[in-house]
Design a protein around this ligand. Sequence first.
Ligand SMILES: *[C@@H]1O[C@H](CO)[C@@H](O)[C@H](O)[C@H]1NC(C)=O
Ligand SMILES: *[C@@H]1O[C@H](CO)[C@@H](O)[C@H](O)[C@H]1NC(C)=O
Ligand SMILES: *[C@@H]1O[C@H](CO)[C@@H](O)[C@H](O)[C@H]1NC(C)=O
Ligand SMILES: *[C@@H]1O[C@H](CO)[C@@H](O)[C@H](O)[C@H]1NC(C)=O
Ligand SMILES: [Zn+2]
Length: 453
Amino acid sequence: MRLSLVLLFSGLATGCRGSSSSPLPPRLLLVSFDGFRADYLQNYEFPHLQNFIKEGVLVEQVQNVFITKTFPNHYSIVTGLYEESHGIVANSMYDVVTKKHFSDMNDKDPFWWNEAVPIWVTNQLQENRSSAAAMWPGTDVPIHNTTPSYFMDYSRSVSFGERLRNLTTWLSSSNPPVTFATLYWEEPDASGHKYGPDDKDNMHRVLKEVDDHVGELVHQLKVLGLWDSLNVIITSDHGMAQCSKDRLINLDLCIDPADYTLVDLSPVAAILPKKNRTKLFYELKVCDSHMKVYLKEDIPARFHYQHNDRIQPIILVADEGWTIVLSKSSLKLGDHGYDNSLPSMNPFLAARGPAFHKGYKHSTINTVDIYPMMCHILGLKPHPNNGTFGHTKCLLVDQWCINLPEAIGIVIGALLVLTTLTCLIIIMQNRLSGPRPFSRLQLQDDDDDPLIA
Ligand SMILES: *[C@@H]1O[C@H](CO)[C@@H](O)[C@H](O)[C@H]1NC(C)=O
Ligand SMILES: *[C@@H]1O[C@H](CO)[C@@H](O)[C@H](O)[C@H]1NC(C)=O
Ligand SMILES: *[C@@H]1O[C@H](CO)[C@@H](O)[C@H](O)[C@H]1NC(C)=O
Ligand SMILES: *[C@@H]1O[C@H](CO)[C@@H](O)[C@H](O)[C@H]1NC(C)=O
Ligand SMILES: [Zn+2]
């Protein structure tokens, strides 16, 4: 019923635009500020971002994927898949079969990315649509032989202003039009690592810069006349935890470097045993109480981090704020990668545009839910994924949504009304029928008139 109404209205709207032009396809810009921990929004001031949120929607906490690292989470946002299913299982990987290595400095081999199809590729398979990227992990790699029509090679030395200028040029002048675009910025992650999230003064300064970038973005979109028609999502990949030199786990004190290959170190270590896996496992098991030690087959199901050859035979997961080191390692004051159920690891999501409600707040969705929502907005058929479109319905203007508290309220309200009505009816019936005590009294007084009954 609702669907047919929507179809009817959109049909009317299309008809009214006349035959001169075909309707403009929906457009979406996806922005990531790396390492933007959800509670920064409560603990710091963001005048530009808060204005953006006032005109759109806010998801206060996004449940991201394990391990809570940059490459894996950025790929989950654009594929809707858990890491074990999209294949980017860490920022540092090793493939035993091909003997290939992957790192954030050596990420251009499509081999690593081809286990999934990111949304910018799917978008470009539609007629008359192109994609553009002012950076985002994977956008400068020919995944399934396809890059975005417009993209830049990753370089952290390109300023935010240049990324924004070039991206908005593509958004405003390309043919076929850019309908999906990404914009990536390294802060507040870089400073979070350097100073630690508890360093209020430095984080205040950096987060003000991030907010100013949001201001530049909005200003630029308004100047170019893109603001009213473009849907914009601002989100992030993970949060940040405070670390300390007093919370170190030194592997060299527990296992012999000759017994294993270290593929990744902290806070989730990936260990490839050279000889006896069981022996290594038991040595690690008693190494330090501030980390969990898992054989690959025993990794908890809630991590969805098991079914991929790139996940190593033993993984170690440090407790929040602890750092796994070798004797020679240096320490970061802030880090991420920990258990994705820790609030400090979760980012936020804000969105604004014709597809989104205005002034709506939502408590939580999953990172993997973003992909089916984006596909819906763009009218793309999603690839099989681990997200749930229903989780994002409350954010979207064209969807019915009743959230749980509202639903409970409505049910209780309805029950109250029903009960009240029933009581009223019973009372009325009692009044109309049956002897009333008062009239019986009158009767008794009036006993010289027996016909009155
Ligand atoms: C694609 O664009 C061309 C030129 O603007 C137009 O003639 C054609 O109808 C468009 N195709 C679709 C499917 O919209
Ligand atoms: C941005 O666009 C300018 C002008 O076309 C170009 O010279 C510059 O190389 C572009 N920047 C990047 C990072 O691609
Ligand atoms: C591996 O180590 C375990 C525990 O130390 C030991 O019981 C087992 O015999 C070893 N296996 C081999 C093949 O050496
Ligand atoms: C995630 O989605 C992929 C693709 O549909 C599927 O193969 C995989 O089993 C899913 N994972 C879980 C835990 O459901
Ligand atoms: Zn990151």
